[in-house]
Write a protein that binds this ligand. Structure first.
Ligand SMILES: Nc1nc2c(c(=O)[nH]1)N[C@H]1C(S)=C(S)[C@@H](COP(=O)(O)O)O[C@H]1N2
Ligand SMILES: [Mo]
Length: 314
């Protein structure tokens, strides 16, 4: 059973002006607040031009990436704990209490640790990164995240020799997350990565977007973002990170193993059983775009999958 639907909502309510204002808002703020520091990894051509003045690092860019507006990033969401329609999270996620909040790091590590959110913020410096997000439903966005590489946290935990996978858990609290009373998925929402995927510098724990702390509907106070995988791997409102020696089950794989594999790398030539993955609609645009292998991040991540059959390991 699965309730992921191919998305066919009209984008008429989403204007270019929104996108422009969002972009301008971001760059003005970014400049004012001094986010532009060497070593920053942005992902758009526009940001690239902007940043090359300041940073020797060449970001991975597509020439026509434009930031999706703050309005769309925060009102067109998948967060089934608050309902299955795109507008539900903006309406209901406000009821989630994100402070105090704890994130446990446990399992096959030398230094297990429970972080308060303040602790997490203090321990790991935040930086801003623009990533494309491609949902399995064949739509995409360009989002200016704030966060830090998960690798920093994992290194501090010091994985033991037999740790091979990382498992992530969303909060389980049906009172605050009414969608958890409805068995659309196995709750709490669970996701997983191979350890090398989790250690890849592009994989981040996101704590904000557009230079602000993360809105609840986008997974406050902390969520994962893996830009080369379908959006559902980017689990929201995380309370537990566990290192293990076996491939974990994930909520989507438990719901429909033939539709949602463990890897879920964006791949235009491996179709979802119910629809093509060859194209996508960028939220705010009319014309379809061609979907790119690894969501356009092949240069950075393809080597993680050398020798693997990506059709079998979908
Ligand atoms: N806990 C939890 N995490 C989740 C989801 C969810 O329903 N619950 N939906 C996933 C899906 S399908 C997508 S596309 C992204 C959407 O992130 P966004 O709403 O911030 O764009 O979150 C992912 N993370
Ligand atoms: Mo998604």
């Amino acid at each position: 059973m699965s309730i992921h639907k191919r998305d066919d909502i009209l984008s008429s309510e989403i204007t270019d002006e929104n996108i422009y204002l969002g972009r301008r808002e971001f760059f003005c703020k970014a400049a004012k607040l001094g986010f532009i520091v060497p070593g920053l990894k942005f992902g758009t051509a526009e940001a690239a031009g902007f940043l090359n003045l300041f940073s020797p690092i060449k970001p991975s860019a597509l020439p026509d990436d434009k930031l999706t507006s703050f309005q769309n990033i925060t009102h067109y969401n998948n967060f089934y704990e608050f309902g299955t329609s795109k507008s539900d999270p903006a309406k209901y996620a406000g009821m989630l209490k994100t402070s105090p909040w704890e994130v446990k790091v446990e399992g096959l590590v030398r230094y297990p640790r429970t972080y308060s959110i303040d602790d997490l913020f203090k321990t790991y410096p935040q930086e801003d990164r623009i990533y494309r997000l491609r949902c399995v439903e064949a739509w995409s966005m360009v989002i200016p995240w704030r966060g830090f590489s998960l690798a920093h946290l994992l290194k501090k935990a010091d994985p033991l020799g037999n740790a091979r996978f990382v498992e992530f858990w969303t909060l389980h609290d049906p009172q605050q997350m009414p969608g958890q009373n409805i068995p659309v998925l196995e709750w709490p929402y669970r996701e997983g990565l191979r350890l090398d995927e989790a250690m890849h510098p592009l994989t981040i724990l996101a704590t904000g977007l557009y230079g602000k702390s993360l809105p609840n509907q986008d997974g406050a106070p902390v969520r994962l973002v893996i830009p080369w995988k379908y959006g559902f791997k980017s689990i929201k409102s995380i309370v537990k990170i566990r290192l293990i020696d076996h491939m974990p089950r994930t909520s989507w794989e438990l719901a429909a193993p033939n539709e949602y594999g463990f890897y879920s790398n964006v791949n235009p030539s491996v179709n979802h059983p119910r629809w093509s993955q060859a194209t996508e609609r960028r939220i705010g645009e009319w014309d379809l775009r061609k979907t790119l292998l690894f969501n356009g991040y092949a240069n950075e991540v393809a080597s993680l999958y050398t020798g693997m059959n990506l059709r079998k390991n979908f």
